[in-house]
Design a protein around this ligand. Sequence first.
Ligand code: COA
Length: 153
Amino acid sequence: MYTFEKMTPADIEEVIAIEQAIFSSPWTTGMVRAELFDNPFSFSFVIRYLGQMVGYLFFWEVAGEFHLMNLAVAPKYQRQGIGAEAMKWILGMAQKRGMHFILLEVRASNTAARSLYRKFNFYEVGVRKKYYDTPTEDAILYQYDLSPPLKTP
Ligand SMILES: CC(C)(COP(=O)(O)OP(=O)(O)OC[C@H]1O[C@@H](n2cnc3c(N)ncnc32)[C@H](O)[C@@H]1OP(=O)(O)O)[C@@H](O)C(=O)NCCC(=O)NCCS
């Protein structure tokens, strides 16, 4: 029912409109273009429902780890299970690609996202003090373990 498709340059304008609607420090067109064109570790996907963009996500794959850089559901589609679908998709993708961990950081005040991550068994591994601007705020770091790394001496 929901599809996850690789983001293309044609999607950027709509992604930026959603960014501006939901974040106090939204990503810019330049930042999205950098993810699409300049970063070989970056993967960018849009989530569609009946052809309509309802959300998107960006993650980096680095040394056996996924870093979830951004996850967003457009305001009028929130609280309908799309964030949960996105988390299932990310976990499935991480497993398929043999990742050991998923890492992410989130604003301390973002109760919706933190609740979503906890629901999917991410656990807190740290705090980056005053990590975010406008407004200044701590970042909470979350981790999800897919498989324990080998404990070789
Ligand atoms: C966080 C976000 C992606 C959740 O997406 P969503 O489609 O609304 O989430 P779902 O409907 O799938 O809800 C799944 C779970 O998320 C949590 N959740 C979602 N919205 C919530 C809210 N407003 N308050 C509290 N918990 C919430 C709950 O745990 C919920 O499970 P439940 O329905 O059993 O209570 C969405 O709110 C969003 O895009 N927010 C703005 C962008 C953002 O903060 N992104 C994450 C940081 S990078």
